[in-house]
Design a protein around this ligand. Structure first.
Ligand SMILES: [Cu+2]
Length: 307
C-alpha cells in the first residue's frame, strides 16, 4: 500500500469508528425551535416526521402556548385566518358583551372542516421569559401551531389588521423520517374525564420528562378536550382565580397577565395518545392544571410540593 493510500485508510477507519461510536449512543432528538416575539411565532417552515420536540422560547412580555393541530387535507394557515380566527373573535366579542346566545350563533358559522381538525399536543402555557419543551409523534402533513391566549380581549391568533396573520404558524412535516427516539419519562400522568389528572412517580427537583397519557378525550363546556399545564405557585397565587382563568369563554379567561407562572405542558390529544414535556423543577409549590372550565371540580387541578 502506498503511504498516501495508507494514510487515507487510517483516516477513513478513524472516521468510521467515530461514526460507529456515535450510532451506539442514543440518536439526537429532532428539535424545532419556536420563538415567541411580540405576537408572532418565529419557527421553521418544515421538519422531518417522527418524534418531534417543539421548544417554545417565550421572548415576549406575555404568556403564550403553541397548540399543534392537523387540519384536514388542503387546509392551511390562510383558511384558518380567513374562516376560523375572525369567527372566534366575533364570538368572544359577543361573550364579552354579555350576549352568550348570539355568541353561540356566531360559533355556528365556523367552517365544516373545523370539526375535522385533530389536536396533537404542543407546548402548554409558557410565561414570559420561560422556555418549555413538548415532544409528540408527527406524521407527514400540514400542521398549524396556534396561540389563542388573549390580550385586551383579543385572541393572539386573531390579528385585527386584515393584512397580517395572528399568532399561528404553518408547519410542513415531510415524508423524511427523523431517527429521534421516543423520550424516556421520569414521571407519568394519566388524564381521563372520570379520574382527572393522575400522577405516577415523585416530582423531585431537577430535570423531569413527563409522559402524559390521554386515556380518553371529550369536549368540555369550552368545546376543548382536556390537557395538562404546569404552574408554579407562590404565596400570592389565588388558586380559585387560577382555576377560573383556564376557561377562555370567560371575559377574564386566558387574558394576560396570567395569574401564575406557567412552565409548559401539553395541549389535548385524541384518546390513546401520549405526549411528553420536559421541565426543570426547583423546590417549591406547583399545580398540574387542565385548560377546562372548573378544573378543580373535575380532578384536573392538583397541587404538589417539590421538596
Ligand atoms: Cu400568545
Amino acid at each position: 500500500m502506498q503511504p498516501r493510500a495508507l494514510i487515507t485508510s487510517i483516516v477513513s477507519l478513524t472516521l468510521a469508528s467515530w461514526g460507529c461510536a456515535g450510532s451506539d449512543s442514543t440518536p439526537a432528538p429532532n428539535v424545532i425551535d419556536v420563538t415567541a416575539r411580540g405576537l408572532v411565532f418565529d419557527a421553521p417552515a418544515e421538519t422531518p416526521s417522527g418524534w418531534t420536540t417543539i421548544r417554545l422560547k417565550n421572548e415576549s412580555g406575555l404568556a403564550h402556548f403553541a397548540l399543534v393541530q392537523r387540519p384536514p387535507s388542503g387546509i392551511g394557515i390562510k383558511d384558518h385566518q380567513e374562516e376560523v380566527a375572525p369567527v372566534f373573535q366575533a364570538g368572544m366579542d359577543l361573550l364579552n358583551a354579555g350576549k352568550p346566545d348570539a355568541a353561540m350563533q356566531k360559533f355556528g358559522e365556523l367552517p365544516e372542516w373545523f370539526s375535522q381538525i385533530v389536536f396533537l399536543s404542543g407546548p402548554g402555557l409558557t410565561t414570559a421569559g420561560q422556555t418549555s419543551q413538548t415532544t409528540v409523534y408527527l406524521e407527514p402533513g400540514t400542521y398549524l401551531l396556534e396561540c389563542y391566549v388573549k390580550t385586551n380581549g383579543v385572541f393572539h391568533s386573531y390579528n385585527p389588521s386584515p393584512s397580517a396573520y395572528g399568532m399561528v404558524h404553518e408547519l410542513t412535516v415531510t415524508e423524511e423520517r427523523s431517527t429521534a427516539p421516543e423520550p424516556v419519562a421520569t414521571l407519568e400522568i394519566t388524564l381521563s374525564s372520570e379520574r382527572g389528572i393522575e400522577v405516577q412517580g415523585d416530582a423531585v427537583a431537577g430535570e423531569q420528562t413527563i409522559a402524559v397519557h390521554f386515556e380518553d378525550q371529550k369536549a368540555h363546556e369550552n368545546f376543548l378536550g382536556h390537557d395538562v399545564h404546569l404552574a408554579r405557585l407562590n404565596d400570592d397565587t389565588d388558586i380559585q382565580q387560577l382555576a377560573t382563568w383556564m376557561d377562555w369563554t370567560q371575559p377574564t379567561g386566558l387574558e394576560t397577565p396570567a395569574p401564575a407562572e406557567f412552565l409548559g405542558g401539553t395541549h389535548e390529544m385524541p384518546a390513546g395518545g401520549t405526549a411528553y414535556f420536559t421541565v426543570r423543577l426547583e423546590p417549591g409549590r406547583y399545580a398540574w392544571i387542565a385548560e377546562v372550565p372548573s378544573p378543580d371540580g373535575k380532578g384536573m387541578l392538583k397541587t404538589f410540593t417539590v421538596p
